[in-house]
Write a protein that binds this ligand. Structure first.
Ligand SMILES: NC(=O)c1ccc[n+]([C@@H]2O[C@H](COP(=O)([O-])OP(=O)(O)OC[C@H]3O[C@@H](n4cnc5c(N)ncnc54)[C@H](O)[C@@H]3O)[C@@H](O)[C@H]2O)c1
Length: 410
């Protein structure tokens, strides 16, 4: 018996994920859900999906095992709690919530429930992050002394359209959300490598006076389009996070990490690894380029593919995949663990989508704790929420609360 998955929000981002949930060999049924009947009709036709639900409320009352949230970014916290309390496993697009209270409620709901919660944090599978995780595990950094990560996305690079389709008529009210209320692409890069958490923060903001007025009147009375935060970390290191929405830059999600023995740097010029004891700087551009990788011969799910798919369509996709590759991944992505049925299917955000869907589906089927679980999500998100508070208080040094580790369940 495979997993029954309900996808909530058939908007722009979900378009990349619906075919992956549908194709995963451990998923038996996909139900599509959106309040907007027109978007729902478009996606059901596009992806040939027969089952629909008109709202999250309705979906939670059905027999689906899992609910995947691709709704607007300010809705996820309460929606995830609602689904967890209905006994559903939950996948949520970022962010996990947009207030300390929402994150506390999320972690409380995940603690009280046996259900799986996973944040779809795309940065977790960025090639630079994968590379650093490997180097860290080998001890190649030595002791971490400093980390930095940033997400730069200027309004002129498509964000006006995004804000309009997410926010509707009064889009400016939600468009001016503090940049530090969307920090997880940056914070997760450092935290998911070293496991250290942010303990204190001082943050400064750039007061935006652009004529579009986004940061003049908004739901959060937020005046900042750019914010820079400096953190002390639980491992004794220092970390700097930038969230910029008004910046003369093509846009990036990237990181740097320095240890006592080695370091990793990413810039507009490329990526490099360096060691204290060597004069050579190793250029990583080819290794980390997301150009696609061949499909592995080994199929990691099930010993006999015909057993799980009597039609053989799963095998067929392996030989007819458009170019025989897992699209958009780098040489450091562990593609051999992906279902063969994902070959040739859409991928995105530096090869991360397919891994995130696979992580979630396996955690639901095997009843295991996924990466980017509720406790990880809290450690990615709370540092941004407190950073904004600090920026409003001219950089006051504030403690970052910690909601602890996942409970030990047998
Ligand atoms: N790299 C990344 O991780 C990344 C990239 C892009 C978007 N995102 C996230 O993806 C999410 C979706 O973004 P988008 O641009 O697709 O938004 P969108 O506005 O296109 O889609 C959201 C959809 O959710 C539906 N919805 C809202 N509440 C609902 C409810 N209660 N029941 C049923 N349907 C409901 C809306 O009608 C809408 O169609 C955002 O939260 C965003 O933060 C993440």
């Amino acid at each position: 018996m495979g997993l029954h998955v309900g996808i909530v929000g058939a908007g722009a981002f979900a378009q990349s994920f619906i075919p992956l949930f549908k194709a995963h060999p451990l998923v038996e049924r996909v139900v599509l859900c959106d309040l907007d009947a027109e978007k729902l009709a478009y996606s059901t036709a596009r992806f040939e999906i027969g089952d629909t639900s008109p709202s999250l409320e309705d979906l939670c009352g059905t027999g689906v095992d899992a609910v995947c949230l691709f709704t607007q970014n300010w809705l996820h916290g309460p929606q995830a709690v609602q689904a967890l309390e209905a006994g559903k496993d939950v996948y949520s697009a970022v962010p996990p919530g947009i207030s300390v209270d929402e994150i506390e409620r999320l972690v409380a709901a995940a603690t009280a429930s046996d259900a799986v919660y996973m944040l779809g944090e795309t940065s977790y599978y960025y090639p630079g992050v994968l590379y650093c995780r490997e180097q860290y595990a080998r001890g190649a950094f030595g002791r971490i002394v400093y980390g930095q990560a940033e997400y730069y996305h200027d309004w002129d690079h498509g964000l006006y359209d995004v804000a309009r389709w997410r926010g509707g008529e009064n889009w400016r009210e939600t468009a001016g959300i503090p940049p530090m209320y969307y920090p997880t692409h940056s914070t997760s890069q450092i935290i998911s490598v070293t496991g250290a958490r942010m303990t204190q923060v001082s943050c400064q903001g750039f007061r935006d006076v652009h004529e579009d007025g986004i940061y003049r009147v908004n739901d959060w009375s937020n005046p900042f389009s750019n914010q820079s935060a400096l953190y002390s970390m639980s491992d004794g290191s220092v970390c700097r996070i930038n969230e910029f929405r008004r910046v003369g830059h093509p846009g990036c999600v990237r990181m740097g990490l320095q240890g006592t023995e080695g370091g990793f740097e990413q810039s507009a010029g490329g990526a490099a690894w360096m060691r204290k004891d060597g004069t050579r700087v190793e250029n990583l551009d080819n290794l980390l380029a997301c150009t696609g990788q061949p499909v592995s011969e080994r199929d990691p799910i099930g010993s006999d593919p015909m057993e799980r798919d009597p039609t053989g369509s799963d095998l067929m996709s392996k030989v007819t995949a458009s170019d025989g590759t897992h699209l958009g991944v780098s040489a450091v992505h562990p593609v051999e663990r992906l279902p063969a049925a994902f070959a040739g299917l859409p991928n995105g955000h530096a090869g991360s989508h397919q891994f995130l869907v696979d992580d979630f589906v396996r955690a639901c089927v095997n009843r295991t704790l996924p990466p980017n679980n509720a406790w990880d999500a809290a450690r990615y998100m709370l540092p941004g929420l407190v950073a904004h508070e600090s920026a409003l208080r001219s950089g006051a040094l504030l403690p970052v609360p910690d909601l602890g580790d996942p409970p030990d369940r047998d």
